[in-house]
Design a protein around this ligand. Structure first.
Ligand code: UDP
Length: 453
């Protein structure tokens, strides 16, 4: 399958004879002198063919002309000077020049202002292009909107299995958002460059992953393979939505990123846990083999507007019971714990992880793994009490709580993220309390189609 991306700037690029993207590694296996000759002799002679050029932003950087990498750094500056000189002398030529740096993309635009008879350039901001798989889900849709607000161009894929198309209703006509219905387990391609890939497609709802165990493994593993291949092809930064489930039923509490986990690969939730654990291993191998810039977010129990009311997770199940005046059903003793993060907090952590430029240089995969969650830990009984209280205060309802036997013997007893790494390195500070988050979530579901149906 080929997905056409009609982004004006890059569509123009893709129609050219060729695009030379010098942010990709062009030079491995070549002698420095060969590289420098290529940049200052071969490439300038190709400018007449209207080939477009993408550089790592070489502006305002002090380059040592005698340094170890000067054949690349100075070579690219000479080529940029050639390209600008050619453009000034041949204003009708249609090739384009782009500069990328950690924070932004720029197009070099030659305007009509003349200095000594030659055109001057200005820099026009070009939105960063991001692919989000699972863009209709709770996190995928919230991230899509947050990135659009930050002036990114977002290409979203979803097959509608777990997400909600209504989550995208308010942005469907956004000029920088493109939506494609696609099943991530099938190969796909995206035309044009990509700066970042966020792989969030997944089957995280217990109701669905019990019903669709093979599909759950496929989404986690094949979906990750396909998006990793794309990241290599596009030289894109890659962020994976992993999960606290990789820690299984933990023997340490809270769980730091260095904890290996305690997962039963044959347990009834192993399809979900192992799909994410196996995906992390794939990411490590691609990082080591291809040197792509990967990040892994281990996301802890996130909730909020945008979920499906019937997804089987504890907060949605309790709110569903509250709205339908039925008792809240606690599995087992209710002494098992979880740490719930409100969606805006989790999104903030993920964006900080995505945008960290210092991480691009981290040599060890372990440095690129971060717990993202809220460290306040509650028993499921405490959560039930909070929902009962909320029902009483906001809806004037008196809801009861009932206990049913636990059906999943691998259900974790404890879960709480150690977020000291994200606090220290990303300045991540979740701030929404459980009471506040539950209130906002109830507000959303009261007026949602899920409840009215
Ligand atoms: N749970 C519950 N009642 C429900 C749904 C879930 O007591 O109606 C329990 C579930 O057994 C688990 C905890 O709540 O111990 C969290 O479940 P959820 O599926 O939300 O998240 P996960 O187990 O994946 O962390």
């Amino acid at each position: 399958m080929k997905i056409s991306v009609l982004n004006l700037t890059f569509c123009i690029i893709s129609m050219h004879a060729a695009v030379y993207d010098f942010t990709q590694d062009y030079y491995s296996g070549h002698e420095p002198l060969e590289v420098l000759k290529f940049l200052i002799i071969d490439m300038p002679s190709k400018l007449k063919d209207n080939n477009s050029l993408i550089f790592n932003n070489p502006l305002n950087k002090s380059v040592n002309t005698l340094g170890d990498r000067a054949h690349v750094t100075e070579g690219e500056r000479v080529l940029l000077a050639y390209a600008c000189a050619y453009k000034r002398m041949n204003p009708e030529s249609s090739f384009e020049i782009f500069l990328k740096d950690g924070a932004a993309n720029y197009q070099v635009v030659f305007d009509d202002t003349q200095t000594r008879g030659m055109q001057k350039y200005s820099l026009k901001m070009v939105p960063k292009r991001v692919l989000i798989t699972g863009c209709a889900g709770l996190l995928g849709s919230a991230l899509t909107k947050a990135l659009l607000d930050k002036d990114f161009h977002v290409i979203g894929l979803d097959n509608g299995l777990c997400g909600k198309k209504s989550n995208l209703a308010d942005i469907q006509d956004h000029p920088h958002f493109q939506y494609y219905s696609h099943d991530i387990t099938k190969p796909f391609d995206i035309e044009g460059p990509l700066d970042m890939i966020l792989h969030f497609a997944s089957i995280p709802s217990p109701v669905m992953y019990y019903k669709m165990p093979l599909e759950t493994l496929d989404v986690g593993l094949l979906g990750t393979l396909h998006t990793l291949d794309l990241a290599v092809q596009k030289n894109a930064r890659y962020l994976f939505a992993s999960t606290s489930e990789v820690y299984g039923n933990p023997e340490v509490n809270p769980q730091p990123e260095t904890y290996f986990g305690n997962v039963d690969p044959m347990g009834i939730r192993s399809q979900y846990d192992e799909s994410k654990r196996g995906a992390e291993t794939l990411i490590k191998l691609y990082f080591e083999k291809y040197g792509i810039d990967v990040r892994i977010a281990r996301i802890f129990n996130t909730y909020g507007p945008g979920m499906r009311l019937s997804d089987g997770r504890v907060i949605t199940s309790f709110i569903e019971s509250l709205l339908h005046d039925t008792p809240l059903t606690v599995h087992g003793t209710g002494q098992q714990t979880r740490s719930f993060a409100y969606v805006t907090d989790t999104v903030e952590g993920i964006i900080k992880l995505l945008e960290s430029n210092t991480l691009s240089c981290a040599p060890d995969i372990q440095d690129r793994v971060f717990n993202i969650g809220n460290p306040h830990e509650f028993t499921i009984n405490e959560l039930a009490e909070a929902v009962v209280k909320l029902g009483h205060e906001t809806l004037d309802k008196k809801i009861t709580v009932t206990h049913v036997p636990r059906f999943d013997s691998t259900d974790p007893e404890l879960r709480r993220p150690d977020i000291s790494k994200a606090q220290a390195l990303l300045n991540f500070k979740p701030s929404v309390s459980l009471a506040d988050g539950l209130n906002r979530t109830l507000d959303y579901f009261k007026n949602s189609q899920d409840y009215k149906e």
